[in-house]
Design a protein around this ligand. Structure first.
Ligand SMILES: C[S@@+](CC[C@H](N)C(=O)[O-])C[C@H]1O[C@@H](n2cnc3c(N)ncnc32)[C@H](O)[C@@H]1O
Length: 322
C-alpha cells in the first residue's frame, strides 16, 4: 500500500484483496467532457471491481457531472448511481459540490443557467461503519434554549413532560451541499499539479477522508489524476493507493506525495472551525454554553421580575394608575 500505480484500474483493482478498501474517493472521467489522452473507461467493469473490493460498511464517494450533448444533459451520473445501487450498494447520500463560478457563465440571451455543481454520490456497503460528521456550521442561536420543558404524548395520547431542553450548541453538522473555491491557490497550492485539467479541490477530498474514514483505514482513488485524494489521505494518517492510466498524471501524483511527506514531517493537522471531535465537542459545548448563557438569562429574568414588582407597588399607591 501507500503507492501510486500506473495502470488501468479495471486490471489494477483486481489485485486487491476483496473487502479490503475502507473508502474509494474518486472522480471518474465523465462523458466526453475531457479527453484524458484518449483512454477508455469501462464503467460497469470498474464499478463491479470497486464493489467487490469495498469493505463491509465502507463507502464510495463518486464525484461526477454530466456533459450537455445535442442539447440534453447526458444523465450518465444517474445511470451510474443506479448501477451501483443494483450491485447492492446503498445510495447513502446524494451530496452536491458547489463551485464558486462556472467556466461557461450563462449569457442573458442563453437558455440555460450557469452550471456550478457536481454530484458527490456517497454509496455504502450497508450502513457506513464510520461517519465523523464535520460540525463546523455555526448556529445563530448558540447557547439559547426554548423555555420550559417539551412535552411528548404517551400511548393513550396524554401529554407527558419531556426532558429539559438542551441549549443550541455553538456548531452543528454542516449540510450536504459543500461549497469550494476552485482555481489557483484554492484547488491546491501545488502549482505544478495544474498540468492536470480536472483536479477536484484538496478540501473536498480531505473532508470526505475525515468524514468516512479513521486513521489507519485504506483510502483508494482508482482515477487518481494529480493525486489529490492520496495526498489528503496520507497527511491525515490513512493508508492510500492511487491508480491512473496516464503516465504524465502519475508523475504529477508522485510529486504530490513528496509534498505530502514533507507535510507529515511538519506535523500537519487538519483543524475545523470546531477543533474538538464531534462526540466530545457536543458535551463540552452544551455544558459550557448552558452554564454561561443560562445564568445571564436567569439574571435578566430576576431583573425584570424586580421591575414588575416595583411597577405593581407604584400602581397600588397611585390608585391603579402608573
Ligand atoms: C477526473 S480525473 C481525476 C482527477 C483527480 N480527482 C484529481 O484531483 O487530480 C480522471 C482521471 O482518470 C484517469 N483514467 C481514465 N481512465 C482510467 C482507467 N481506466 N484507469 C485508471 N485511470 C483512468 C485519467 O487519466 C484522469 O487522470
Amino acid at each position: 500500500m501507500n503507492k501510486i500505480v500506473h495502470g488501468n484500474c479495471a486490471e489494477e483493482l483486481n489485485k486487491l484483496e476483496d473487502g479490503s478498501v475502507d473508502a474509494f474517493i474518486t472522480s471518474p472521467p465523465y462523458d466526453e467532457l475531457r479527453d484524458y489522452n484518449g483512454y477508455s473507461f469501462p464503467f460497469e467493469e470498474i464499478a463491479t471491481q470497486m464493489y467487490k473490493k469495498l469493505a463491509k460498511g465502507g463507502v464510495i464517494v463518486w464525484v461526477v457531472g454530466d456533459a450537455v450533448l445535442k442539447g440534453s444533459e447526458t444523465g450518465s451520473s444517474f445511470r451510474q448511481a443506479i448501477f451501483f445501487q443494483e450491485l447492492g450498494l446503498n445510495i447513502h447520500d446524494t451530496m452536491i459540490y458547489e463551485k464558486n463560478g462556472s467556466s461557461f457563465p450563462a449569457r442573458r440571451t442563453g437558455n440555460r443557467y450557469s452550471q456550478v455543481f457536481e454530484y458527490m454520490f456517497v454509496f455504502s456497503k450497508g450502513k457506513p461503519k464510520t461517519a465523523n460528521l464535520i460540525c463546523d456550521k455555526p448556529n445563530k442561536w448558540s447557547g439559547w434554549t426554548t423555555f420550559g420543558k417539551g412535552t411528548n404524548r404517551d400511548k393513550n395520547g396524554k401529554l407527558i413532560a419531556g426532558k429539559g431542553r438542551k441549549p443550541t450548541p455553538e456548531f452543528s453538522p454542516r449540510h450536504n451541499v459543500w461549497k469550494f473555491n476552485t482555481g489557483k491557490a484554492y484547488t491546491t497550492k501545488d502549482d505544478f499539479a495544474f498540468e492536470h485539467p480536472a483536479m477536484f479541490p484538496e478540501s473536498l477530498a480531505e473532508d470526505h477522508v475525515m468524514t468516512w474514514t479513521n486513521p489507519g483505514d485504506l483510502v483508494v482513488d482508482p482515477f487518481v489524476g494529480a493525486g489529490t485524494t492520496t495526498k489528503m489521505a496520507a497527511i491525515n494518517g490513512r493508508r492510500w493507493l492511487g491508480i491512473d492510466i496516464s503516465e504524465e498524471y502519475v508523475e504529477i501524483a508522485v510529486k504530490r506525495m513528496l509534498v505530502a511527506s514533507q507535510m507529515i514531517t511538519d506535523r500537519y493537522e487538519r483543524k475545523y472551525a470546531t477543533t474538538t471531535p464531534a462526540s466530545t465537542n457536543d458535551k463540552l459545548t452544551h455544558k459550557d454554553i448552558s452554564s454561561m448563557k443560562k445564568k445571564d438569562m436567569v439574571d435578566k429574568m430576576l431583573e425584570w421580575q424586580k421591575e414588575l414588582i416595583e411597577l405593581r407597588k407604584q400602581k397600588k399607591t397611585n390608585g391603579g394608575k402608573i
